[in-house]
Design a protein around this ligand. Sequence first.
Ligand code: URA
Length: 232
Amino acid sequence: MASGAQLSSTSVNATKASPTLPASVYTLPQTTQLEALYTIIRDKDTSRGDFIFYSDRIIRLLVEEGLNHLPVVPKTVETPTGVQYDGVGFEGKICGVSILRAGEAMEQGLREVCRSVRIGKILIQRDEETTLPKLFYSKLPQDIAKRYVLLLDPMLATGGSAMKAVEVIMDHGVPEDRIIFINLISAPEGLKNFCTRYPALKVITGWIDEGLNDRAYIIPGLGDFGERRYCS
Ligand code: URA
């Protein structure tokens, strides 16, 4: 899954990841269109404008996929023809939580599909003394314990920040199985760490790369997502 060479021209029309991955991990269908989008955002020569446009396209797909994993209940409505339609509605309320700063880039994609959605923020940075991820700031919806949470962070590298963010969200009363973590690219090491610690939490990822380099960047990756999105 890490390189295009493994993709055939027929797309895999399923979101369940390979059986070698943890059962809680779902990838986007690995189509050639998706690979073309990733090729653009991975390219170091892609302009900032194109990076934003094409990463937004992937984010939109990921958010839509995340919503597919929310439970629904039967719901009957009457159509303008006067006939009843037996459909479904979402069971509960949702909110987003972005991990600053790169996760903020995913907020608009969530707002585009969920009108007036509440979005909290968490800032986690490395503690220089302990080298462990440390919470610096969080602002979460006051009723978050009653909501399903879409956790937003584009790059799952070691998994340290994401695991700390989940810890903070769960400390606010959200059960593990009501959190869905959405990211664009995952490193297998990070996925393994994360899913071992939180097996009931679903991970929706666009692509699983080869691994991490000695600076904990995802390989082949796309570099520093925040830099590419906000600075270059
Ligand atoms: N964060 C990034 O922006 N890029 C990586 O490769 C890893 C973490």
